[in-house]
Design a protein around this ligand. Structure first.
Ligand code: NAP
Length: 255
């Protein structure tokens, strides 16, 4: 079995879905050559599990990256580039995000801007700065078509960011979070349209409602189960599924 992708980067890997993505990728039957697991801060309990994974498995490389700081993203690109030693980055998973439960009554402009900065500006900035490494991977693949093993950007979105489904899940106000993920969905479509000729696939994934710090204990889905589904969906992506919005089981969602 070939690895999902030879060189992978996952943002926000120190906990939640990001951490489990790194774990299942490296413990899978055919692990990538490099898994760049990015974090903001490894101090305290939040970083312990990721540090243990990196100590146990040489493909896991810890890279500091704060998605909202251009200087931090650029430093991460430089470090990843030097570790890739002339090879490209095949798969970029924009997983890092923040939640916000602000309602129409409680929402503040600062909160809208802060959530947009992390959930929209962050992923665009990360995609833009890592683009030369993704293009290098697409060029070196030297084959037709699109796939995660060639070159891809996966944006972790959410069903509650779907404009079409909004009336069905109205009970969750979350103005900043929902608006930011709807914007991220548009970014995904724009990236897919712009980058397909460069051989780079771009898809948005809804991981389900998952038991993490963000999803809370009330969530029905374990992080193991969600990530198992996500990885199998990613393995099946192709030219036909660039620019689409899928859930962790591979079901198509409306934008
Ligand atoms: N859990 C769910 O039910 C659910 C449902 C739908 C969609 N999602 C999406 O799935 C993704 C992962 O969610 P999760 O549940 O694993 O969330 P989580 O447990 O809250 O973890 C969020 C991760 O993002 C990182 N992060 C936040 N801001 C960052 C920044 N500026 N730069 C770099 N990293 C940053 C956090 O790092 P720190 O530890 O440093 O804060 C943490 O590693 C998110 O995109 C989320 O919107 C989750």
């Amino acid at each position: 079995m070939a690895p999902l992708a030879r060189n992978v980067l996952v943002t926000g890997s120190n906990r939640g879905i990001g951490l489990e993505l790194v774990r299942q990728l490296v413990e899978g039957p055919d692990p990538p050559e490099h898994i760049f697991a990015t974090y903001r801060d490894l101090d305290g309990a939040r970083g312990k599990a990721l540090q243990e994974l990196a100590a146990k498995y040489p493909p896991v490389r810890l890279i500091q990256l704060d998605a909202v700081s251009l200087a931090s993203v650029r430093a991460a690109v430089k470090e990843v580039d030097s570790q890739l030693n002339g090879k490209g980055l095949n798969l970029l998973i924009n997983n890092a995000a923040v939640n916000s439960y602000a309602t129409l009554q409680s929402v503040q402009p600062e909160e809208m801007i802060s959530v947009f900065t992390t959930n929209v500006v962050g992923p665009i900035q990360v995609a833009k700065e890592f683009l030369p490494l993704l293009k290098r991977a697409a060029e070196e693949a030297g084959k037709e078509g699109l796939s995660c093993s060639k070159a891809a950007i996966i944006n972790m979105s959410t069903k509650v960011g779907s404009i079409e489904l909004c009336f069905q899940v109205l009970e969750i106000p979350m103005y900043p979070y929902r608006a930011s993920k709807a914007a991220l969905n548009m970014v995904t479509r724009c990236l897919a349209a712009e980058l397909k000729d460069a051989g780079i696939l771009c898809t948005a994934i809804h991981p389900g409602w998952v038991k993490t710090d963000m999803g809370t204990e009330k969530a029905p889905l374990t992080v193991e189960c969600s990530v198992q589904g996500i990885l199998s969906v990613l393995a099946g992506l192709s030219q036909a599924t660039t620019g689409v919005f899928l859930d962790w089981e591979g079901k198509s969602l409306p934008w």
